[in-house]
Design a protein around this ligand. Structure first.
Ligand SMILES: [Zn+2]
Length: 499
């Protein structure tokens, strides 16, 4: 017994192995989020909206349970698959229950030239060797996720590893990556989207220099799978925070012991490319006194649970439909609610398809509002570290910052937004912006104000974005702000919205 204990203590240089089972990326403690208002219309209450977000996340859980994609390692509400359609059908049912009679289900066919790459099953195994300590056995990096459209002819690849840090040219001039898996470190500032340019070009550079593949250690809280970044030409994988922490430590210890050449990884990967997919948009119309329209949109699709991308946005869209369907809140203009098949599946764009299928509603629009990633809690590095030294992340009592873009920079709309934090406690960033998101791009041809409400939280596109990180009071704050904003714009002359 004593001998066995000694052997275990020295395996993998005595390092703590990454956690074997999923643990939450962010600790959400007992202290609740900063409360909402005591006086809120029932349909805009945070707990009611969060109950809908839980149902929306449930469609993603079902996708995993039935193994909608391959082995079930990849899941979500995926446009082109039934998980997305079921979410749209449920949304339409909610619109109908709110008393809206003009309800439309509209089919979208994937563009002929487009395709969706999905990984069906995969495994990344760090191969054990007695040189790393007695009893060192293989370790599976559970957080590894292939970057699209990675592929391995024959389905398996074994190669040595080499650490390249930031993978900048100044570093790479000293490192021979030929025939090896290059391990680069990515420290996202905000969400991964902000790193795409650098990560993609450096990955391509590594392959040009002869790398057999690239691992991106994504230094985020927890040990999450993250679907982001583009392929580098050879197989590329994202590795989660805790696995990456372990892998870096192993690379350091192996270098110090002079056994780095023995460090190897085995990759197994099966993938599929889908073409000719079909999806649906759900549209609900509340008629006003005029033909002019205000279009509100939330995409239903999302990777993994997608509680924040975009379960929260869809929950808020449904709450707003309930609000404006009430006779007391009937609008002047016609309000259009789009539960969109989104933009994650190439060749399926919900807003673009909405415009094509509803030319009158689109042509008469005075404003589009895109509700996307709106109520995740904010979090910070914690004072505590886990057993392997990894610094934990803990939620605070507010929501992550929300960027608001107004494409035409209308002073009237910007002033309404400026008043949001004081009126409703929403955490809008302090700078006015004209940005628009990928979802909003589907309206590119229409020359009216396009408003995007969007958080850029770090867990976006990762398995860490679960229901627990959604703030119920945050849902209420943004729903109340949007009810106010849409109502104010509805009463305003067209020239104030589009000067
Ligand atoms: Zn989104």
């Amino acid at each position: 017994m004593k001998l066995l204990a000694l052997a275990l203590a020295t395996a993998w240089f005595g390092l703590t192995l990454p956690p074997p089972t999923p643990t939450p990326a962010v600790k959400v403690g007992a202290r609740p989020a900063r409360p909402g208002s005591a006086d809120v219309a029932a349909e805009l209450r945070g707990d009611a909206i969060k109950a809908d977000v839980a149902t929306i996340v449930g469609f993603a859980h079902a996708s995993r349970a039935v193994k909608e994609v391959g082995s079930g390692q990849m899941w979500g509400r995926i446009a082109g698959f039934s998980s997305s359609d079921k979410t749209v059908e449920w949304s339409l049912d909610k619109f109908r229950t709110a008393g809206i009679s003009d309800i439309r289900t509209q089919t979208i066919s994937q563009d002929a030239k487009a395709s969706l790459w999905l990984p069906l099953s995969w495994r990344v195994t760090l191969l054990g060797d007695a040189a790393f300590g007695e009893g060192t056995s293989d370790v599976v990096l559970e957080s590894a996720l292939p970057v699209g459209p990675s592929n391995i002819p024959g389905g398996t690849l074994t190669a040595p590893l080499v650490y390249v840090g930031s993978a900048s040219p100044a570093v790479l001039q000293h490192i021979d990556v030929k025939g090896k898996i290059a391990v680069q470190l990515v420290v996202p500032q905000g969400h991964m989207l902000f790193e795409r340019g650098a990560v993609d070009s450096r990955s391509e550079d590594l392959v040009k220099r002869g790398a057999a593949g690239v691992f991106n250690i994504v230094r985020l809280p927890g040990n999450e799978l993250s679907r982001d970044f583009s392929d580098c030409g050879n197989p590329c994988f994202n590795i989660g925070g805790r696995d990456g922490w372990f892998l870096e430590a192993v690379l350091d210890r192996a270098a110090r012991a002079g056994v780095q050449d023995k460090l190897r990884v085995k990759i197994d990967l099966q993938t599929q490319t889908y073409r000719g997919l079909k999806a649906i948009n759900g549209v609900a119309v509340i008629p006003g006194m005029s033909q002019e329209t205000i279009v509100l949109n939330a995409h239903v699709d999302g990777w993994f649970d997608g509680a924040g991308d975009n379960g929260d946005g869809l929950g808020v869209l449904i709450a707003l439909a309930r609000h404006f369907a009430k006779p007391a809140n009937r609008p002047q203009r016609t309000l259009v609610f789009v539960a969109s098949a989104g933009h994650h599946t190439p060749g399926i764009n919900g807003p673009r398809s909405f415009v094509a299928a509803n030319p009158e509603l689109a042509k008469n629009a005075v404003m589009f509002v895109n509700i996307e990633h709106v109520a995740q809690r904010n979090f910070s590095p914690a004072r505590t570290t886990s057993a392997d030294g990894y610094r934990e992340a803990v939620a605070d009592s507010g929501e992550a910052p929300i960027a608001v873009g107004v494409t035409n920079n209308s002073p009237f709309l910007q002033e309404l937004i400026d008043g949001g934090p004081a009126r409703y406690g929403v955490n809008f960033i302090s700078e006015r912006s004209t940005f628009q998101s990928g979802e909003t791009g589907g309206w590119a041809g229409l020359n009216v104000a396009k408003v995007s409400i969007m958080q850029a939280p770090p867990l976006y596109h990762t398995t860490g974005e679960v229901l627990d990180v959604i703030s119920a009071p945050g849902l209420e704050r943004i729903a109340r702000f949007l009810a106010f904003f849409v109502s104010a714009a509805d009463k305003a002359p067209r020239e104030r919205i589009n000067p």
